[in-house]
Design a protein around this ligand. Structure first.
Ligand code: DGT
Ligand code: CA
Ligand code: CA
Ligand code: ZN
Length: 581
């Protein structure tokens, strides 16, 4: 994050805290405005902060804001923020992460119903205190209750997008410890699950004590939960539990297979082993001699233990990639050999610029796409019914199409498409008229609002959009946010059949908070004959790297490369875009 963005975030925080304590609306919006000014500022704020005159010359920055900026540059915070952070209970800030609870509501709940955290909110709902508040309808309370329960149910699991980078940085750090020859993550994380209970690390080292010491001493450890000679568990500062196990180099395959799971896959493999008078455990596959004492303790050599591949082969089973080791995956089924991989992807067809709510210009998006070797990039900003995302009016969109064409003309090595992410309104109509949509190279249609409608209405809505001849891709079809809101619950089979009939692709939105379609829906879509898109929905340069999560989700759904439109060559893609069905 740049200094300007960092400071803008502090002003946003200040505005939220002010709203919670019920500050004057005009003062709150003045603070929000400063945040936006800082985000858009061309100069680094820290280089001009010493000059009060220059600061105040910026439109929208007055005495009060100038002082805050100067204090922040000196000590990383400012008085007003410090004061409010002290005044407002921490539990209230946490409530803001619950879907549907904004600072205004949270402030009311605090002042009028003594709510200070999740527990007191639950109590206030249960004892009817909330229902007694003026202007607090039964429907609103039911919605809050539902969102609260949803958040509670998911509280103990960490999103893939948090766990994966954390695991990778731990692996990188621990590889530096003397004697460590290999370290990798297993468990649900290696299987690419959308949320992770804990991170499981497996290491091979000549100096177990040194590794356990480094792991438990790690600067970011909140608490050491367990510590032994060859294993340890910590609670990481980010709140995630991490288990470390040290294993023997010649039995890594056995350990990796066991600790990758799933538990159900392990059970099936063990049964398979037993049926051929062998025994499978975390040390490998052994002959079964009827003795109950574990074979590795009796010096018995394993049949296979060094690699997972050897073990599957010895069991006369096809190798299963970690993403296909769930209870639903039949162990005797041969996984497709063209299961999608990252290197197959040649395009990103859903990205945002500063014209709506992205932070990159068209040119900067193109640079990012080229850096990743893509042959095609589609620019798809929001439509007007998303005012909070600065959705484009028809006039602005038409100008935007011209601007995109200009950038496209400057680049021979990448095909830049003018697209939109048009809103699917609650009844399935689209937010732009057809004569506007027909001027675009590519149309992504996505639901953003009315995400609580009943299942039938949701099905009809998505079927209608998927059947529209000008729609190419349904973006994040359910609108869910993992751990935050369930989103639409359509009959996905019906939606996917309509998509297949009209040659519309269904998106796996790779943003790890979305992963929408999820793996189960990907399976249904594929079985129904629909095509799949994997897009990052990039709003920043870093978001392009979300691709990996989309790939994992696709693989969990059994997605093969030919089924995914982002693997197609540019000419194939263009032919498909031009054929409206
Ligand atoms: P999580 O952490 O809840 O997201 O899910 P996992 O799959 O990472 O589960 P975890 O961390 O409890 O254990 C890691 C792997 O170790 C698990 O996938 C399979 C294996 N495992 C753990 N406990 C058992 C067990 O009781 N039986 C069998 N068969 N395997 C187990
Ligand atoms: Ca785990
Ligand atoms: Ca574990
Ligand atoms: Zn988007």
């Amino acid at each position: 994050m740049t200094q300007n963005q960092e400071l803008a975030t502090r002003f946003e925080e200040l505005a939220a805290l002010m709203e919670i304590v019920g500050a004057n609306t005009f003062r709150v919006s003045a603070i929000r405005k400063v945040a936006r000014i800082l985000e858009d500022l061309d100069v680094d704020i820290t280089t001009i902060a010493h000059d009060t005159k220059e600061l105040k010359a910026i439109d929208g920055i007055g005495d009060g804001s100038a002082t805050k900026i100067q204090q922040w540059c000196e000590r990383g915070s400012f008085d007003d923020l410090d004061q409010l952070r002290e005044d407002v209970p921490e539990g209230l800030i946490d409530l803001l992460s619950i879907s549907g609870l904004g600072p205004k509501t949270v402030g009311r709940l605090w002042r009028e119903a003594d709510v200070t955290d999740r527990a007191t909110l639950k109590a206030a709902i249960d004892d009817g205190r909330l229902a007694n508040l003026p202007r607090m309808g039964a429907k609103t309370i039911a919605n809050i209750n539902e969102a609260l329960e949803f958040a509670q149910q998911h509280a103990d699991r960490t999103p893939l997008g948090v766990a994966m980078p954390l695991a990778e940085s731990l692996v990188e750090q621990l590889l530096q410890v003397k004697g460590v020859s290999s370290i990798q993550y297993a468990g649900s994380l290696r299987r690419g699950c959308e949320t992770i209970g804990d991170i499981d690390l497996l290491a091979v080292t000549e100096h177990p004590e040194a590794l356990v010491a480094a792991f438990t001493d790690e600067a970011h450890t909140l608490k050491v939960l367990a510590r032994g000679d060859t294993k340890a568990s910590i609670r990481h500062a980010l709140g995630v539990q991490v288990d470390l196990r040290i294993v023997e180099a010649d039995a890594v395959g056995g350990a990796l297979l066991y600790f990758t799971g799933s538990k159900e896959h392990n059970v099936l493999l063990r049964e398979r082993a037993r049926s051929r008078t062998t025994r499978l455990n975390e040390y490998g596959l052994f002959p079964d001699d009827g003795d109950d004492t574990p074979p590795q303790q009796r010096g018995i050599a394993p049949i296979a233990a060094a690699t997972e591949d050897e073990i599957y082969t010895a069991l006369e089973l096809p190798f299963h990639p970690p993403e296909l080791r769930e209870a639903r995956d039949d162990i005797t089924n041969e996984p497709a050999d063209d299961l999608i991989v990252r290197a197959d992807i040649g395009s990103d067809l859903h990205t945002h610029t500063t014209a709506s709510d992205g932070v990159l210009s068209i040119e900067e998006l193109v640079d990012e796409a080229r850096r990743r070797g893509y042959h095609t990039l589609a620019i798809t900003d929001h439509s007007p019914s998303q005012p909070q995302a600065n959705g484009l009016s028809i006039d602005r969109l038409l100008k935007h199409i011209k601007a995109i064409a200009q950038v496209a003309a400057n680049h021979q090595d990448i095909c830049v498409l003018a697209g939109t992410e048009v809103d699917i309104l609650s009844d399935g109509r689209l937010d732009y008229p057809d004569d506007v949509l027909s001027q675009l190279d590519l149309v992504v249609a996505s639901p953003h609002a009315a995400l609580r409608q009943d299942s039938n209405a949701a099905t009809e809505r998505l079927v209608r959009a998927a059947s529209h001849p000008l729609v190419h891709i349904i973006g994040h079809p359910t609108g869910r946010m993992i751990g935050r809101r369930p989103g639409l619950e359509p009959n996905m089979k019906v939606v996917a059949e309509a998509a297949a009939d009209h040659r519309t692709a269904l998106e796996i939105n790779a943003n790890p908070r979305r992963l929408d379609l999820g793996d189960k829906h990907v399976r249904i879509a594929i079985e129904s004959g629909a095509m799949i898109a994997i897009n990052t929905d990039a709003h920043t340069a870093e978001h392009f790297d979300f691709l990996r999560y989309g790939i994992l989700t696709g693989r969990r759904g059994g997605l093969t490369a030919p089924r995914c439109i982002n693997t197609w060559a540019n000419d194939t893609l263009m032919d498909w875009l031009k054929t409206s069905v």
